[in-house]
Design a protein around this ligand. Structure first.
Ligand code: HEC
Length: 330
């Protein structure tokens, strides 16, 4: 876990506080130092099953995505503050698996950690229910997704065709395929497994921490000081109740123009916003056809400047889309 502080060359500047502020919120059930030694250099199978609640202000993630830096040395960075639950659990023991048919067995071994024993997933956290998957997807699609994975779902490249067919059969409610014991040359059983990246949300799907949940900041790289910091994104139903905009989980960076504008989509609320890059004030916003988890681009045609953004949606539970939208600057 690297903090921004590792890249911070000016000691004591406020950038350093970014990561540690989250830890001070005390949602972490163990001191991070203890957690570090428990994880044991990433060798999960060397430790017992445990669960930890942690906060990931995605500043590092954001910095890996495109961010805008002005020639004057101002960095514009958007960040999400989302709580995650990381956990290990015991892998099922051979005795529990022995009585199951093949599809049920492989599902229990490979899919239960995320999609759950009852196949209900955790829709608020972005893990779909598989209860009626046959109504939404064809068998081949499910088969292929098991191999390739998708977004937060890992691919299972080592499963045989027979195993995948059996899992698909299990999900589509086919009759039982005869069970199969572990083959003699099966790799040794790993006693614990990682339960995936699960958002820690309340029963309505909001992050289980106090806002802000998403922010946009201007940081002067010459001094390390914040010039301004504002929330990015909102939940309209909360704003309607008089709650100040909370910010929302966001992916995709901003683009800065010479005319002092900062354009950014990135939020779950599907808006595209123009900020005054000197003050952080929203100057203009519009609803996109789908959330744009992408960085805008700007270009010029016949002396007129445009800004364009890809609206793909289909992340963090938003509806999918497939359009590019370009706006002409006044
Ligand atoms: C680490 C957690 C994780 C594991 C393990 C996992 N999945 Fe998923 N699965 C997800 C997530 C997250 C999605 C949603 C992906 C997206 O955003 O499109 C998903 C989506 C799916 C979908 C698409 C459902 C829909 O309605 O779009 C299917 C089918 C599926 N998983 C089957 C499986 C099967 C079968 C296994 C076991 C072989 C499995 N998954 C293991 C996390 C997981």
């Amino acid at each position: 876990m690297t903090s921004l502080a590792a890249f911070q060359t000016i000691p004591g500047a406020p950038l350093r506080g970014f990561f540690f502020r989250a830890i001070r919120l005390k949602y972490v059930t163990a001191p991070l130092s203890a957690l570090g030694s428990k994880i044991n250099g990433g060798r999960y199978n060397a430790v017992g099953a445990f669960e930890v609640y942690y906060l990931a202000p995605n500043a590092e993630v954001a910095l890996r995505e495109t961010q805008a830096v002005d020639p004057s040395g101002v960095l514009y960075v958007n960040a999400s503050e989302m709580a995650w639950v990381a956990s290990l659990s015991d892998t099922p023991k051979e005795a529990d698996l022995a009585g199951m048919d093949l599809g049920h067995r492989r599902y229990t071994e490979y899919c239960v950690a995320c999609h759950g024993l009852e196949r209900k997933g955790l829709p608020a956290g972005g893990i779909p229910s598989l209860v009626d998957v046959g109504k939404r997807m064809r068998r081949e699609e499910v088969f292929n997704q098991i191999t390739t994975g998708k977004k937060m779902m890992p691919g299972f490249t080592t499963l045989s065709k027979a195993d995948k067919d059996a899992i698909v059969g299990y999900l589509f409610g086919d009759g039982a395929v005869a069970g199969a014991a572990a083959p003699a040359d099966a790799p040794p059983r790993i006693p614990y497994r990682f339960n995936g990246y699960n958002r820690w949300v309340d029963n309505r799907g909001y992050p289980a921490i106090s806002p802000p949940w998403g922010s946009l900041s201007a940081i002067d790289l010459n001094t390390g000081e914040y010039l301004w910091k504002v929330t990015l994104g909102e939940f309209k139903e909360l704003t309607a109740k008089g709650i100040p905009p909370t910010g929302a989980e966001n992916y995709g960076g901003p683009v800065a123009t010479a005319g002092n504008l900062l354009f950014i989509g990135a939020t779950k609320d599907g808006m595209f916003r123009a900020f005054d890059k000197r003050t952080g004030k929203v100057l203009w916003q519009t609803a996109l056809p789908a959330s744009a988890f992408a960085t805008p681009s700007t270009y010029m045609v016949n002396g007129r400047q445009y800004v364009v953004i890809a609206c793909g949606g289909a992340k963090v539970g938003t509806a999918p889309g497939d359009s590019y939208v370009a706006f002409a600057l006044p």
